[in-house]
Design a protein around this ligand. Structure first.
Ligand SMILES: NC(=O)c1ccc[n+]([C@@H]2O[C@H](COP(=O)([O-])OP(=O)(O)OC[C@H]3O[C@@H](n4cnc5c(N)ncnc54)[C@H](O)[C@@H]3O)[C@@H](O)[C@H]2O)c1
Length: 307
């Protein structure tokens, strides 16, 4: 039997994720949205594209959660994106309500699913989903680190004129302006970038990465990024569906790792069929640890504002 993945929110990120998922024949897909006709129309369009592609998976669109029953994974992308001049944190009130409602319905129909939260502000929305679902941390993760790392890798590859597939990077911390790209753990064909670029160049790329979402929001003027976010969600979904034991940065509920307790923060996570298998603790320099603590503090402040 094929696996089933529900995507709540059939907007830019949700529909793009559905596209990647279906085109890779990873699972049957159910798209849910509150706007009548949108999930149904996008699902039908996508299904017809799969005939040309030669992919045999089902894509269903719905305004209720009935068709989502017994999903293996539920991805929550429902909610408002940023507009130019807004920070992710400005979305907290409106999106907390939406993520709360979506989580409640989703877990009622799929009590054993793994939840992946995408809606911003990411780390606070993960906390909303945790409170509503009561899920253990193994089955509740947030997507941001794969995207932030992809942005950093892309900028490094552009700067050096090398293949993107040569570059590996880790971005830790909350998904906000305080995120923590780690140049020491960023390599090009195994060579640390600190050997290949001067500090000023690295600092410039780190800064561009931290503001990577806003750069796209300012260019698009209406809406925020969705191709790279959609593909990053697939990276997590695939690792879980295929039980890959793959390590990637995800927002996980920390229970003392990195000296942080009771908060969702982006850290290296090993993902497999049960969801989060392990939080990997890496050695951080005093400067990196201070940056991670600052990022965690920003998440904590935001979580305090949750209704
Ligand atoms: N974590 C990340 O790295 C990351 C990356 C990109 C976007 N995002 C966030 O993802 C969210 C979605 O972005 P987008 O560009 O797809 O926005 P969008 O406006 O294109 O789509 C959002 C969709 O959610 C739907 N929706 C609203 N309330 C709902 C509800 N209660 N139930 C079901 N559906 C509901 C809307 O009708 C809309 O179709 C935003 O909060 C954005 O900031 C996060």
């Amino acid at each position: 039997m094929r696996k089933k993945v529900t995507i709540v929110g059939a907007g830019n990120v949700g529909a793009t994720t559905a596209h990647w998922l279906a085109a890779q024949e990873l699972a049957d897909v159910v798209l849910v949205d509150i706007v009548e006709g949108i999930p149904q129309g996008k699902a039908l369009d996508l299904l017809q594209s799969l005939q040309v592609e030669g992919c045999d998976v089902n894509v269903t669109g719905s305004n209720d959660y009935g068709p989502t029953a017994d999903s293996d994974i539920v991805v929550i992308t429902a909610g408002f994106p940023r507009k130019p001049g807004m920070s992710r944190d400005d979305l907290v009130r409106a999106n907390a309500e939406i993520v709360g409602a979506a989580t409640r319905e989703a877990v009622k129909h799929s009590p054993h699913c793994i939840l992946i939260v995408v809606t911003n502000p990411l780390d606070a929305m993960c906390e909303v989903a945790r409170r509503v679902s009561g899920f253990p941390r193994e089955r509740l993760l947030g997507m941001a680190g794969v995207l932030d790392s992809a942005r950093f890798c892309t900028f490094v590859a552009m700067e050096l004129g090398v293949s993107v597939s040569n570059v590996q990077a880790f971005v830790l911390g909350g998904h906000g302006d305080q995120m923590v790209p780690l140049p020491r753990y960023t390599t090009v064909a195994g060579i640390p970038i600190t050997e290949l670029m001067d500090k000023a160049t690295i600092d410039r790329l780190v800064e561009r990465t931290a503001k990577g979402g806003a750069e796209i929001v300012n260019l698009l003027k209406a809406g925020s990024a969705y191709y790279a976010p959609g593909r990053s969600i697939i990276e997590m979904v695939e690792a879980i569906l295929k039980d890959k034991h793959k390590i990637m940065p995800c927002a996980a509920y920390l229970q003392g790792e990195y000296g942080i307790k009771g908060l969702f923060i982006g850290v290296p996570c090993q993902l497999g069929e049960k969801g989060l298998e392990k939080v990997i603790e890496i050695n951080l320099s005093a400067e990196e640890k201070a940056a991670l603590d600052k990022s965690a503090q920003a998440v904590e402040e935001l979580v305090k504002t949750l209704p």
